[in-house]
Ligand binder design. Structure first.
Ligand code: KIV
Ligand code: ZN
Length: 502
């Protein structure tokens, strides 16, 4: 099987993403990870752009051994000199030259005619070749370049010994069948094309970066330029993880291999997202948080019976961890009971029916149901938690000009223990007194109170979440007295902690 060269430009085009500036240390960290990922070429930066860029290309070239290290340069002497000075520390240095060839760029941006562009391109390649053996040339805005002129430029730069010719869809304008046709026509019309590798560099302005790159592979491209998480100028570049996984998953169609260590894909995506500060959208293919999560009951049931019913790739293969069945209102009984089993609760028959009903009621109110919610459902509703501590009596004083104080009496077995404490308010004083009696010190994570009935004499229901002994538990209590309801809720939670400890 032929190999496709993966040219990663996260550190150059990717860093051109608005807001994605990286310092030298961060670039080096990403470069190490790209090496672990197994990319063939790392475009480490644009050395002439700034002293910082120069320094980081030089550092990557000096420290990262294995992949080709590439520096970008306009077709100008100063750029080529800077690129060479930075990449020469690599054992496999490459200079990547670019020069616009489309009519609109030549006329308005460069103010140069075709012949001058052609001459400059050839000169730049020869000059770069006098410094390094590996030179890539990009006719910028190739997809909007007059085809006959493009063939002439490519033939001339290959004659000047460019080793790779890169066809950029600079503004993300091409559509797949058109871009594929462009690559096929280059193969057919540039006489010396076999002497160079055809590369593609597709921007994502129409969301077609990956599709265009794959179409190019089908038509003879041997190198793909891409970025982690699809970062890059404007809407970004073709995403490396999507290209690699498309080639791998559909090798039946493409018959091409890459050297990428797929298990490093997710980790690389996380690292790049963390260091650039650009989050990955949850539904992003391959590396998004939801890429391997199933919520619909029918899908979950299918996955549990045979994974391939709804999965074309294995999440573990991209380093993602296990496929996740997200429990929500669309989930079915099968996924629900499987998750309970994973948590150590084996419910069957009526018990399972009741728990499932409660789960569905909760899922209507809450978007995602977490494992703690499931534990609470099972413990609250199904198992009778023994009341190790029972509230026997409660007295408190509070007011605008006195320190709140609570005296709590709790029955523990046959004994009654009474303690008092002050606090910020009567509820706080009461909780502190309970802590002294039980010896379980919990941290209150959440406290809410609601009226169960209407009117001034409404029954108040207090719900809390408590963290104690490295566990999170919930507690509920009701009374017409809200301090008493609070004490009951707290004791309810404390009883769960004590029960688990036992
Ligand atoms: O998009 C583009 O044309 C580029 C070139 C420098 C290859 O990034
Ligand atoms: Zn680009």
């Amino acid at each position: 099987m032929d190999r496709i060269t993966i040219f990663d430009t996260t550190l150059r085009d990717g860093e051109q993403s608005p807001g994605a500036s990286l310092n030298s240390k961060e670039k080096l960290e990403i470069a190490w990870q790209l090496k672990r990922l197994g990319v063939n070429v790392i475009e480490a930066g644009f050395p002439i752009a700034s002293p910082g860029d120069f320094a980081s290309v030089k550092e990557v070239a000096s420290k990262i051994k294995g992949p080709v290290i590439c520096g970008l340069a306009r077709s100008k002497k100063a750029d080529i000199d800077a690129a060479f000075k930075a990449v020469k520390y690599s054992s496999r240095p490459r200079i990547h030259l670019f020069l616009a060839t489309s009519r609109i760029h030549m006329k308005y941006k460069l103010k140069k005619a075709e012949d001058e562009i052609l001459r400059l391109a050839v000169w730049a390649v020869r000059y770069a070749r006098s410094k390094v053996k590996d030179v890539e040339f990009s006719p910028e805005d190739a997809s909007r370049t007059d085809r006959r002129f493009l063939y002439r430029v490519l033939e001339a730069v290959i004659d000047a010994e460019a080793t790779t010719v890169n066809i950029p869809d600079t503004v993300g304008y091409a559509v797949p069948f058109e871009f594929g046709d462009l690559i096929a026509s280059i193969k057919a019309n540039v006489p010396n094309i076999e002497k160079a590798v055809i590369s593609v560099h597709c921007h994502n302005d129409l969301g077609l970066g990956v599709s265009n790159s794959l179409e190019a592979v089908k038509n003879g491209a041997g190198q793909i330029e891409c970025t982690i998480n699809g970062l890059g100028e404007r809407a970004g570049n073709a995403s490396l993880e999507e290209i690699v996984m498309a080639l791998d998953t559909r090798k039946d169609l493409f018959g091409k291999k890459t050297s990428i260590n797929k298990k490093e894909l997710y980790k690389t995506s996380r690292l790049v997202s963390k260091l650039t500060g650009i989050p990955v959208q949850p539904n992003k293919a391959i590396v998004g948080k939801n890429a391997f999560s199933h919520e619909a009951g029918i899908h979950q049931d299918g996955i549990l019976k045979k994974r391939k019913t709804y999965e074309i790739m294995r999440s573990e293969d991209v380093g993602f961890g296990k496929t996740k069945l997200v429990l929500g209102k669309h989930s079915g009984r099968h996924a629900f009971s499987e998750r309970l089993k994973e948590l150590g609760f084996h419910l069957y028959g009526k018990e399972l029916d009741r728990a499932f009903k409660i789960f569905k009621e909760l899922a209507d109110k809450k978007k995602e149901i977490y494992d703690e919610d499931l534990e609470t459902i099972v413990e609250d509703e199904l198992s009778a938690i023994p009341q190790i501590y029972k509230l026997q009596n409660l007295r408190f004083t509070s007011g605008t000009d006195i320190t709140p104080n609570a005296e709590v009496a709790i029955k523990v077995g046959r004994k009654t223990i009474k303690k008092s404490s002050t606090g910020d308010g009567p509820v706080d004083a009461c909780y502190k007194a309970i802590d002294i009696i039980t010896g379980i010190k919990g941290r209150l994570l959440d406290y809410s109170i609601k009226a169960v009935t209407s009117g001034k004499d409404a029954l108040g229901e207090v719900t809390i979440r408590l963290k104690a002994a490295a566990k999170e538990v919930s507690g509920r209590g009701s009374s017409t007295d809200i301090v008493e309801a609070s004490a009951k809720a707290y004791l309810d939670a404390v009883n769960k902690v004590a029960h688990r400890k036992r």
